[in-house]
Design a protein around this ligand. Structure first.
Ligand SMILES: Nc1ncnc2c1ncn2[C@@H]1O[C@H](COS(=O)(=O)NC(=O)[C@@H](N)CS)[C@@H](O)[C@H]1O
Length: 436
């Protein structure tokens, strides 16, 4: 992509309303623009990252056996009356009336709607297990939206819903999602710790939050340091097999959010292993049995000919929140440092002197890299080199390839690793080969 033809409204000043670094950097790097409280436009650079995060989430949901669909954002209030949550949900619910004065709402979550879809088609235990998910915008009228996309009012969530015949199988579904979450966040360059959590308005008897440790996190957490070094389940994990060993390994060391903290149990942790910190909740999984299937009549016929309400769970990931969480975990004083898997582009190509002999070398390495499938943002603008370096450091692409008159005197260009700061002078060919 040539920057002269892109749309990257970088801000010179730090917006005063931004209280945390990820909010500041997303605004300055031209990734989002607030359109009203807690509601954002996703500008091209932010949208590119959002799509990459979404793709990783989809890949790991699919690997675990979940099936993707897409439910609407606008829901009929009647569904929520069936579950009894319409009034209980309170002021966070954005209630809408259509032209026929029918009561609708902008969905904050989809337990009722997915249960309605399930009960319309599934009647037999032979159709189970089933896990249906979508990635869809949600609306929660937060009383105090803040920290940019971290606590928005309109936000993108992956929400999955599992349906099983009995508690034992439903727990296996919960385990599949638990393992899928361990893989998902690790692939984004994050360390997200599963912690026993409260079930809140979603309900149920079992819940874990996945927390990224960050000083600006809203959650207060307590953990045993041993959990930080556990291995992430591999691509070859058998999701149809017994995952209890992995679950055991990840739920043995103490880890709890403040709502579930047990001071006595934490006391058993060795002093040098105790960690209390703040964290960002990037995922939350729940097992809630028949809380929705009972009142909404989502039942299946068992092999013995008995009708039973299905056992359910729901599994959320804050897809848009993850951009903020990743930046909180991956930045320095000069700006963002994107993990390679979610970076909006892989290489920032900097022409230090547009209109000079640098142009020809830039055009050729740009063509070579693009041909090899490397995503390049080519800063071909006629602005100063200093501005170009500052912008590239701010938007945090993993590599910078710098073409300048001095380097070309010895037939060399410079490759900079944004994360380590390491610089290397190479011939253009060697630079291209290093970056492919
Ligand atoms: N206001 C918000 N802004 C941005 N992300 C949010 C917001 N509220 C929740 N999230 C993200 O969405 C995830 C799931 O939300 S949740 O309420 O915990 N769970 C559910 O809604 C269930 N229906 C999961 S299917 C959270 O872990 C968090 O990462």
């Amino acid at each position: 992509m040539r920057l002269s033809r892109y749309f990257l409204p970088i801000l010179k000043e730090t917006p005063k309303e931004a209280e945390i670094v990820s909010h500041r950097l997303m605004l300055r790097a031209g990734m989002i623009r607030q359109q009203s409280a807690g509601i954002y436009a996703w500008l091209p650079l932010g949208h590119r990252v959002l799509n990459k995060i979404q793709r990783i989430v989809e890949e790991e949901q699919n690997r675990s056996g979940a099936v993707q669909l897409l439910m609407p954002t606008i829901q009929p209030a009647d569904l929520w009356r069936e579950s009894g949550r319409y009034d209980a949900y309170g002021k966070e619910m954005l209630r809408i009336e259509d032209r026929h004065e029918r009561e609708m709402l902008f969905g904050p979550t989809n337990e009722e709607m997915i249960t309605d879809i399930f009960r319309s088609y599934v009647r037999s235990y032979k159709d189970l297990p089933l896990n249906l998910y979508h990635i869809q915008w949600k609306f929660r009228d937060e009383v105090r939206p803040r920290f940019g996309v971290m606590r928005g009012r309109e936000f993108l969530m992956k929400d999955a819903y599992s349906f099983d015949l009995d508690k034992e199988r439903s727990t296996e579904a919960y385990h599949r999602m638990f393992v899928a979450y361990l893989r998902t966040f690790a692939r984004m360059g994050l360390t997200a710790i599963p912690m026993k959590a409260d079930t809140g308005p979603i309900g149920g008897d079992l819940s874990h939050e996945f927390i990224v440790l960050a000083s600006t996190g809203e959650s207060e957490v307590f953990l045993d340091k041993d959990i930080l070094g556990l291995p992430i389940p591999g691509e070859d994990t058998d999701f149809d097999g017994d995952l209890s060993g992995i679950i055991e390994q990840w739920t043995t060391p103490y880890a709890a959010t403040d709502e579930m903290h047990d001071e006595a149990a934490f006391g058993a942790v060795a002093e040098d292993k105790k960690v209390s910190a703040r964290g960002i909740e990037v995922g939350h999984i729940f097992h809630f049995g028949t809380k929705y299937s009972e009142p909404m009549g989502a039942k299946v016929m068992t092999a013995e000919g008995k009708e039973v309400p299905v056992q359910m769970g729901s599994y959320g990931i804050g897809v848009s929140r993850l951009l903020g969480a990743i930046i909180e975990a991956c930045h320095d004083d000069d700006g963002i440092i994107w993990p390679k898997e979610v970076a909006p582009f892989h290489v920032g190509l900097i022409n230090m002197k547009a209109g000079s002999e640098c142009d020809e070398v830039c055009e050729s390495v740009y063509a070579e890299l693009e041909k090899a499938g490397v995503e390049v943002l080519y800063d071909d603008r006629k602005t100063s080199a200093g501005q170009k370096f500052a912008s590239m450091d701010l938007i945090g692409l993993p590599y910078q390839l710098v073409v300048g008159p001095r380097g070309l005197k010895t037939g060399e260009v410079e490759v900079k690793d944004r994360a380590t700061g390491d610089r290397e002078m190479l011939t253009p060919e060697a630079a291209v080969n290093k970056l492919i």
